[in-house]
Design a binder for this molecule. Structure first.
Ligand code: G1P
Length: 291
């Protein structure tokens, strides 16, 4: 029986150094793809998967994300007074009414695993999602990647990670999965290793930023020692989980844009412009005019 995913964790404490100087003042999750910030795409995907509690693991410098999902009293009353109801709906539409946000601080940047562990008091002992907002996964009007993954959970399957194949020379940027050669859409993970060099990587199947995990992962994270890059890695806790639990590597339906780097953000912006009837033709013409 498939479950609903009530809680989703968004680790958003990173510094976003690839986008300096903009990220001196703008959180990287607030960078826009057209008119919506990356975090909005991530939150929409979580809500699509059934989430009603969004847990943002943040640092003390990042107020923008809380502000963005908060009520904007002054702006909303101005728009209401001037009868700009379409704009009012956009401003009020960042979060459905039944969804609440919880903010947890990560006091020190000790790694993704540590960031997820900071969410433990809010998540407790139930299955939950993790979404890395700089991996934008777009599946149009079809179910988002996280909803697809949630549907895989049952008494037998304890968790799932989203994967896609990457060029061999890039395995050192990702968690890399070993499925024992099983190439099916949802393959049982045998092992996973964080950022292996190409020559020792078990495959070129990389984790992209979506996870569905059981509450038990927190106990394992507590015991996880610093790994790749001296950081407490979520990947290492998942490897420990595989000893007793069935976790699937899932080749999601949709397109992933790595918006943690400039080219990915450009590609996402162009792809979204081509999906927007008001922009598609002019964007196509502009692209054709480039050499
Ligand atoms: C993190 C994870 C890595 C995963 C990647 C996906 O790495 O540690 O396993 O493949 O996200 O984007 P980071 O990009 O934070 O270095």
């Amino acid at each position: 029986m498939s479950q609903r995913l009530r809680k989703v964790v968004f680790p958003v404490a990173g510094l976003g150094t690839r986008f300096l100087p903009a990220t001196k003042v703008v959180a990287k999750e607030m960078l826009p793809v057209l008119d919506r910030p990356l975090i909005q795409y991530a939150v929409d995907e979580a809500v699509d998967a059934g989430a009603d509690t969004l847990v943002f693991v943040t640092n003390r410098y990042k107020h923008a994300i809380a502000d963005y999902f908060d009520k904007a009293y002054e702006l909303e009353s101005k728009l209401a007074q001037s009868g700009k109801n379409d704009l009012l709906a956009i401003v009020q539409g960042t979060l459905p009414k039944h969804v609440r946000c919880v903010f947890v601080t990560q006091p020190e940047a000790l790694g993704l695993g540590h960031a997820v562990l900071c969410a433990r008091p809010v998540v407790g002992d139930e299955p939950f999602g993790v979404v890395l907002a700089d991996d934008l996964i777009w599946n149009g009007k079809q179910p988002g990647a996280l909803r697809q993954m949630t549907a895989l959970l049952d008494g037998d399957v304890a968790g799932a990670v989203a994967v896609e194949e990457v060029p061999r020379d890039q395995t050192n940027k990702y968690g890399i999965v070993d499925t024992g050669g099983d190439a099916s859409r949802a393959a049982r993970m045998r092992h996973v290793v964080e950022k292996p060099k190409p020559e020792v990587a078990p495959s070129n199947l990389a984790i992209v930023g979506r996870y569905v995990l059981p509450g038990r992962i927190f106990e394992l994270l507590e015991q996880t020692k610093p790994g790749a890059g001296g950081e407490i890695q979520l990947t290492d806790a998942i490897e420990a989980l595989l000893g007793k639990n069935k976790v699937l590597a899932y080749r999601f339906e949709g397109t992933r844009f790595d918006c943690g780097n400039k080219l990915g953000l450009v590609k996402a912006t162009l792809a979204m412009a081509l999906e927007d009837p008001a922009l598609a033709e002019a964007t196509r013409e502009f692209m054709a005019s480039l050499r």
